[in-house]
Write a protein that binds this ligand. Structure first.
Ligand code: UDX
Ligand code: UDX
Length: 449
């Protein structure tokens, strides 16, 4: 049993704290947000994440997990301190590191013995060295410490499973002994452990997220071509995916990627490249294609239901993906904002993310269920591929709508079945025979270079 402290109890921090406690360590999780800590002590979680509540409760009851706002308390016995504070998008896409700096300074002021500081937040290449400098310059008395980069690869909605079954653990440090000690903590996870230098570990995180985002933008570009030529992008992805060099994962065409990671991490990596005088051509294209998805959705809605004025458009899903309440960079909010800006009335339904979305976009009308959402709507857009949307009574939805226009932004329905029910249906990259008007949407405008 090791003594750990986790700083920043958000999506990554809370899963990391609960996960390591569940592996038998004693974990003190710190957050500057007093209300969040008060609630966590009462077993109230700040986020929706399947299975997490039970693991948190079990480990609090076992005395292996505790919450605090005090650095002195959190670091009193700690041998390891994980930094998992937010690194939101800053100016020009550069990652904003002020919270990482605050955490590093507070660690220096409160550490009481030798300590291994582990960067879990996604931080630009070189941040590990910077954190070392901050700690060294704020230490009240000489104390041994080392900084290790240990990027997180968990996905929201399956965070606990991803933490407990990682594809690999990546550790980067100039202090090999410290990296070995952190490796010991991860042994119970039985995954390959990559030990490298700080900068390379930090780059592995960015390159991994950027590559996954590139796969998504690639298949979305292929979807555009499939629409024009009458091919089925889902079958194209399956056919491609059998090749282990390609892989079927992250080839789901749709309305683009959102969330707290891909948008900001691709931007931050492009920014890092530009600052070094490297032209991030591919990364720029990945972002351009993703942004274009919004324009595509509006064109589909307009070509089906006409001008937006006084039209009632329903959004099925608000969260940036299923099984989470996270709406950060959610495509739904961007689409809703564009539609409201064009004079449409926008209503929405989501199993768990409506409260957060209502705070972000008060003009959005929330509906208690998908059927209330469909009642009198001129068009529906599937934005988040929640499982419950796949089991809807579609004939009932069809009857309830004012005009049965449906844009399936996540390809959860079968085009022929939808058309048989009577929907004017638009999928993404499938369901077009290359000749129908739908596939003939305005040519993509070449982007000014
Ligand atoms: C984290 C990483 O920060 C981000 O780099 C990575 O891309 C995704 O995972 P996330 O867990 O989603 O982000 O962050 P968030 O949910 O915003 O939680 C951060 C927590 O840190 C919040 O609870 C916040 O109150 C806390 N915090 C922030 C501190 O405790 N101290 C600070 O100085 C700043
Ligand atoms: C991502 C990475 O997967 C994870 O490893 C990293 O630690 C954090 O960032 P997350 O943002 O939680 O995780 O969600 P993810 O499942 O990757 O989905 C990101 C976005 O891409 C979502 O909006 C999703 O709808 C979209 N997506 C995903 C697609 O459009 N097509 C796909 O094939 C996969």
């Amino acid at each position: 049993m090791k003594d750990l402290c986790v700083i920043g109890v958000g999506y990554v921090g809370l899963v990391t704290a609960a996960g390591f406690a569940d592996l038998g360590n004693r974990v003190t999780a710190l957050d500057i947000n007093e209300e969040r800590v008060r609630n966590l002590r009462k077993g109230i979680l700040p986020i929706y994440e399947p299975g997490l509540e039970e693991v948190v409760r079990r480990n609090v009851q076992a005395g292996r997990l505790a919450f605090t706002t005090s650095y002195d308390e959190a670091l009193s016995k700690a041998e390891f301190a994980f930094i998992a504070v937010g690194t939101p998008e800053g100016v020009d896409g550069e990652a904003d590191l002020r919270y990482v700096r605050d955490a590093a300074e507070s660690i220096a002021r409160s550490m009481q013995g030798p300590l291994i500081v582990i960067n879990k937040s996604t931080v630009p290449v070189g941040t590990g060295d910077w954190v070392s400098e901050i700690i060294r310059s704020h230490l009240p008395k000489p104390l041994r410490f080392a900084v290790v980069s240990c990027p997180e690869f968990l996905r929201e909605g399956s965070a606990l499973a991803d933490f407990l079954n990682p594809a690999r653990t990546v550790l980067g440090s100039m202090d090999h002994e410290a990296a070995e000690k952190v490796a010991q903590l991860h042994i119970p996870l039985r995954a390959p452990i990559v030990i490298t230098d700080l900068r390379t570990a930090e780059m592995i995180k960015y390159a991994s997220n950027a590559f996954l985002a590139t796969k998504i933008s690639f298949i979305n570009e292929i979807a555009n071509i499939c629409e024009a030529l009458g091919a089925d992008v889902k079958e194209v992805a399956t056919g491609m995916g059998y090749d282990p060099r390609i892989g079927r994962q992250f080839l789901e065409a749709g309305i683009g990627y959102g969330g707290s990671c891909f948008p900001k991490d691709v931007k931050a990596l492009a920014h890092m490249a530009s600052v070094q005088g490297r032209n991030p051509q591919l990364l720029q294209a990945v972002m351009d294609i993703n942004e274009d998805r919004m324009r595509m959705v509006l064109e589909h809605i307009e070509s089906l239901s006409g001008p937006f004025g006084r039209k009632d458009i329903g959004l099925l899903g608000l969260a940036f993906k299923p099984n989470t309440d996270d709406i950060r960079e959610a495509p739904a909010l961007k689409i809703a904002g564009l539609l409201l800006g064009r004079g449409a009335a926008v209503r929405a339904y989501d199993p768990v993310a409506m409260d957060a979305a209502a705070r972000a976009l008060p003009t959005l009308r929330m509906c208690p269920d998908p059927y209330a959402l469909a009642e009198g709507a001129d068009a529906l857009v599937v934005v988040t591929d929640w499982n419950e949307f796949k089991q809807l009574d579609l004939s009932r939805i069809h009857k309830l709508m004012r005009t049965p226009n449906l844009i399936d932004g996540r390809n959860i329905y079968e085009p022929e079945e939808m058309k048989a029910i009577g929907f004017r249906y638009r999928g993404i990259g499938r369901g077009y025979d290359g000749s129908d008007a739908a596939a003939k949407r305005p040519a993509d405008k070449a982007r000014p270079r």
